[in-house]
Design a protein around this ligand. Structure first.
Ligand code: G16
Length: 541
């Protein structure tokens, strides 16, 4: 009988809202937290299936809504190597999340077990963590109920940044193998990050402090923790000033601060009182995105976004590889999305002479494309990204015998970078330290970094429509194929602006359509964005 089945019995405590259809989006399931209990319960079941299917390897589950408002929450799965859930399994997640009743859920679970030939004798293992949202603990209880009902062995890592959970998942699954990634603990993460940062920095000097806005999220306490492991400013280390780290009042999360605020509004958080040319950075709510910015006395605010971090990293790593004598042996490539500023793409292809690949939004797409290079630098303009080194590249870097002291010193920095950079997923902490050490090596301030190329003025908008699902894209999200006729209207508008480019796509994390526009001047970019937004509004009624 259904009521005796432990999965159905526990599911009864987390009923699916009848009027909802759930979709595994850009970054898992994300919505108002009040709607999420049944989804989290069912994601727990999927994590158990995934672990069993992968012979008991550890699967990660993170409960976070990252950049979204405080009353949202979300849940996503982490695969054994710390990567995002394999895309095919997103379909299974959606099937379980939408099973209309407890009994239908058990049937869907059993069907997946049979169809995927899952060995039920395998002991599944899952780890999980959450961000600082008020709803997090309640959702954890739904997750735990699923893990217990499915006989899963689990560990609760409590509060962690998303990248920390990705790191620990990979560490657990590689422990004792040739690919050991590190100690599978939060402390192990800090120790590895700090040691490699120190090694990569050498005796280079930091030019003043960096102020980090932590979006009033989990990044605040965790960054304070990381700082304890880094060399102190009195020892010549980097001074990191932590601001916006109020996690006692969860309603302040991402409010008037954080990476998404800075990128979307193209201005510093109102709480920022930075002095000219001081380096400022913002994290998002789960510390997987990073934005830099500074003010100067001439032009005011300057944003150094994900495109800037990508170009800086690609420039530095390319130089290091050449100087180490590995220039011909490491093919560096950059992965971007349609949101990348056109000027950054030109700079990468024409000045850095590196290949660029464009993928749809979502780290899962960029990461996959980046693994096709020896060294794949991927960043979304919103500051989400990292650098991945292929196994072949790592072997070359680790085995190479330098031919001179100069080669040796570049090689040492390169080796340290492969440990500093969180290769599982974009990580605001390791990205921050990467930027800081590159600036120190180059003796650059934010202005020199900013001068590498000039961004095309741009505007990112957010439009709420009745049903965003009708907006379907093609060509790596650069064109709309539906609703019919809308793309032609956008093309007609774009043609009227010098250096004009614009596109619209449905967000996978918010109930909105995003509109991006760039053009030769700020006024034209704003104007184009406003006109395309009107087209979207009319089409979305
Ligand atoms: C998530 C994804 C990112 C994506 C962002 C916005 O970020 O991990 O890859 O760029 O959502 O996606 P969309 O435009 O579809 O809403 P985060 O930091 O919120 O997890």
């Amino acid at each position: 009988m259904a009521s005796q089945n432990p999965i159905a019995a526990a599911s009864a405590k987390f009923p699916k809202p009848a009027d909802r259809t759930f979709q595994y989006g850009t970054a898992g399931f994300r919505m108002k937290a009040a709607l999420l209990d049944s989804v989290v319960y069912r994601v727990g079941l999927l994590a158990a299936l995934r672990s069993r299917k992968l012979n008991g390897q550890v699967i990660g589950v993170i409960i976070t809504a990252s950049h979204n408002p405080p009353d949202d929450n979300g849940v996503k799965l982490v695969d054994p190597m710390g990567e995002m859930l394999e895309q095919f399994w997103e379909t299974y997640a959606t099937i379980l999340a939408n099973a209309p009743s407890d009994q239908a859920l058990v049937e869907a679970y059993d069907k997946l077990t049979a169809d995927l030939k899952i060995d039920t004798a395998v002991q599944p293992r899952v780890i999980f963590a959450r961000d600082t949202r008020a709803s997090g603990l309640r959702l954890v209880s739904a997750l735990v109920a699923a893990l217990e009902a499915s006989g899963t062995e689990y560990t609760d890592y409590k509060l962690l940044t998303t990248p920390q959970l990705h790191y620990i998942t990979r560490c657990l699954n590689t422990k004792g193998t040739a690919y050991e990634y590190g100690e599978p603990t939060e402390q192990g993460y800090y120790e590895k990050t700090a040691a490699s940062f120190k090694a990569a920095t050498g005796h280079k000097k930091f030019n003043g402090p960096v102020t980090v806005d932590c979006a009033n999220g989990v990044g605040g306490p965790k960054l304070r923790e990381l700082i304890k492991y880094l060399p102190s400013p009195s020892e010549g280390g980097l001074e990191i000033k932590v601001v916006n780290d109020n996690v006692v009042e969860p309603e302040r999360l991402n409010q008037q601060c954080g990476a998404d605020f800075v990128k979307t509004n193209q201005r510093a958080p109102p709480s920022s009182h930075s002095t000219p040319l001081a380096r400022c950075a913002s994290l998002d709510g789960d510390a997987d995105r990073l934005m830099y910015y500074f003010v100067d006395s001439d032009h005011g605010f300057h944003l150094l976004d994900g495109d800037r971090i990508a170009t800086l990293a690609a420039l530095f790593i390319g130089d290091l590889a050449r100087n180490a004598g590995l220039g011909e042996k490491l093919k560096v490539g950059v992965v971007q999305t349609a949101y990348a500023n056109g000027a950054s793409t030109s700079y990468i292809t024409q000045d850095l002479k590196l290949p660029v690949v464009c993928t749809p939004t979502g780290v899962k797409h960029l990461h996959h494309a980046a693994t096709k290079f020896d060294v794949g630098v991927y960043f979304e303009a919103n500051g989400h990204g990292t650098v991945v080194f292929s196994d072949v590249a790592l072997k070359r870097i680790n085995k190479y015998e330098p031919q001179s002291p100069a080669q040796s010193s570049s090689l040492n920095v390169l080796r340290a970078l492969t440990a500093l950079i969180n290769q599982t997923v974009g990580d605001a902490f390791s990205d921050l330290l990467l930027v800081e050490l590159i600036l120190a090596h180059k003796s650059w301030g934010p202005k020199e970094w900013d001068l590498t190329y000039t961004d095309l003025p741009n505007r990112l908008g957010r439009i709420e429509v009745a049903d965003r699902i009708i907006f379907k894209t093609t060509a790596a999200e650069r064109k709309l194929e539906s609703p019919p006729g809308v793309q032609a209207q956008i093309d007609g508008l774009v043609g009227k602006y010098k250096n004009g480019r614009s596109f619209a796509r449905a967000s996978g994390t918010e109930d909105a359509v995003r509109v991006y526009a760039e053009a030769a001047t700020k006024g034209e970019a704003d104007d184009l964005a406003a006109k395309v937004a009107d087209v979207v509004k009319r089409a979305g009624v």
